[in-house]
Design a protein. Structure first.
Length: 524
């Protein structure tokens, strides 16, 4: 067994490294707590640090390693990459990059303090910490639609099993007296991610073979989807029996979800107990001889390098705190925008009610019902809401929201842009100056059709989605020291029984006329 007495120098090095890391990332860690508190998708993040600490403690008991073997060759560049991501994320207004950089920098610090053996043994703990960082939106989005379809089919099948007629139309389940709409938030992916965050470390720590670990994870995924289908079916069954109102924000809905989740966890726990068995060497220690890796314990610490890296951490934290982009104000306010745009004239009548910009109601974007029933861009520095009318093409509503500088909680990316992105489809506008790719949301209903054409403007660049807008924002932050940007939305509507084509064509014509006008008003 490899043993070692911790020297005072090692203890001091570790303490100073942890303190420097805490000072550098204090604000970032606080922002993670805010995400866990406000974003239901990552609410499980509160448990991740505690689970990771337990996994690290358990792993250290089973596989002790020699401490104090600094790996400067790998640790220094990894730490510098982490700090670079921290500063770059701050300059570009990308909080998720700052948060992910914590795991990278932590890995570098472990390499420098404890050596490569420690990272090799505790690789799972370090990788597991990435689950607490909100960087998983893209893979989650890819799972949403197929999971939504699967959940709707499972729910309809379960209703058939209990003798309730149910007609499946895409993701809607038509019952005798009501229709259940399986929204994206009802796809079960959120529960699946949270369940995975708990099951995977349990399988790693307590199951003694990869085959058993894979079996537990697969079983958990199956139970998660079946449970979500059962929950949706239960909502419909109770609503038909008059025991539930089908409101996703009601206490009935919450209790239904809790009951099904409890049953799922019970099944997973039972299967886990079957797979697990007491280890015959639960207190055994790694008896590996002191090989080439262990010999690295005799590498002397380089005090100068340690001090330089601590200073670099502190400098990275200072740069993050002091890194503020310059404000780029409009030369003339949005309120002075032309009253006449092409063949369109400013309309003094109240804005159309079908899409009451700047708010985006839940039904328009097909989103899960929110407390306020709408989403909007937050803390815009300047904004304009105005109606324009054309005698032959009807009326549209224009919204322009401009940020002098973007920062955490005051940015184009947020609840409104995410809702638009999920509901949008591509659209091309052709003007005398060229073709522009933008996006649109179209919603048809019993009272008529309505829609929104939208795009983002980042210093003269017209982009159709928030991901590209964020990319250009990073480029401008680094090269031009500015993060200003704007969102443009044009709303249209048509009455029931009439074709929406004319109203949409009018909105497209107005958007094509508006692009060069805004090009002269917004910074480039």
């Amino acid at each position: 067994m490899v043993t070692q007495n911790l020297s005072p120098r090692l203890l001091v090095t570790a303490a100073v490294g942890i303190a420097a890391l805490a000072l550098c990332y204090g604000g970032v860690l606080a922002s993670l707590v805010t995400v866990w508190s406000t974003n239901y998708l990552y609410s499980y993040g509160f448990a991740v640090p505690f689970v990771a600490a337990y996994v690290a403690w358990t792993t250290a008991r089973r596989h002790p390693v020699t401490l104090g073997s600094p790996d400067y060759l790998l640790g220094v560049p990894v730490t510098l990459v982490g700090i670079a991501l921290l500063v770059g994320g701050r300059l570009g207004g990308l909080l998720s990059i700052e948060q992910a950089s914590f795991v990278v920098t932590l890995t570098g610090v472990v390499l420098i303090v404890a050596g490569r053996d420690a990272v090799r043994v505790h690789w799972f703990t370090l990788a597991y910490l990435l689950l607490m960082v909100p960087i998983w939106n893209y893979p989650i989005d890819r799972l949403q639609e197929p999971s939504r379809l699967l959940s709707a089919r499972l729910a309809a099948s379960m209703l058939h099993l209990v003798g309730i007629p149910a007609l499946l139309q895409d993701t809607d389940i038509v019952l005798a007296s009501r229709t259940l709409a399986v929204l994206r938030e009802c796809s079960g992916v959120n529960q699946l991610i949270a369940l995975t965050a708990m099951v995977v470390p349990a399988a790693y720590v307590w199951l003694d073979s990869n085959a058993r670990r894979i079996a537990l994870i697969v079983f958990s995924v199956v139970v998660s989807y079946l449970g979500n289908g059962m929950r949706i079916a239960l909502v419909g069954w109770l609503a038909l029996k008059g025991l539930g109102d089908g409101n996703p924000n009601s206490s009935y809905h919450l209790l239904e979800g809790l009951g099904v989740s409890a049953l799922g966890y019970l099944l997973i726990g039972t299967f886990f107990s079957v797979l697990s068995r007491p280890s015959r060497e639960s207190d055994a220690r790694d008896e590996r001889p002191l090989g080439a890796a262990g010999m690295s314990a005799f590498i002397r610490r380089r005090v100068a390098i340690d001090v330089a890296l601590v200073c670099t951490l502190l400098l990275g934290g200072a740069i993050r705190l002091s890194a503020t982009q310059s404000e780029v104000r409009l030369d003339t306010g949005l309120a002075t925008l032309d009253d006449r745009v092409g063949d369109w004239m400013k309309d003094a009548i109240a804005p159309i009610a079908a899409v009451p910009l700047p708010a985006l109601d839940d039904a328009l974007v097909g989103g899960y019902p929110t407390a306020t029933g709408q989403r909007r861009f937050a803390d815009v520095d300047e904004e304009l809401v105005r109606s324009y009318r054309n005698l032959s093409q009807g009326r549209v509503q224009l919204y322009v929201g401009y940020y002098n500088r973007q920062s955490q909680g005051k940015e184009l990316s947020g609840e409104a842009s995410e809702a638009l992105r999920l509901a949008a489809s591509p659209l091309t506008l052709r003007t005398s100056t060229g073709s522009y790719d933008v996006s649109e949301v179209v919603r048809e209903g019993a009272s008529g059709s309505r829609g929104v054409i939208f795009w983002y403007v980042i210093n003269g660049r017209i982009v159709p989605d928030i991901y590209r807008a964020k990319g250009y924002t990073i480029v401008d932050a680094v090269t031009r020291h500015r993060t200003n940007g704007a969102v443009v939305m044009i709303a249209w509507s048509s009455d029931a029984g009439t074709s929406p084509d004319a109203a949409k064509s009018g909105a497209v014509a107005f958007a094509q006329a508006m692009i060069p006008v805004l090009g002269q008003r917004l910074p480039s």
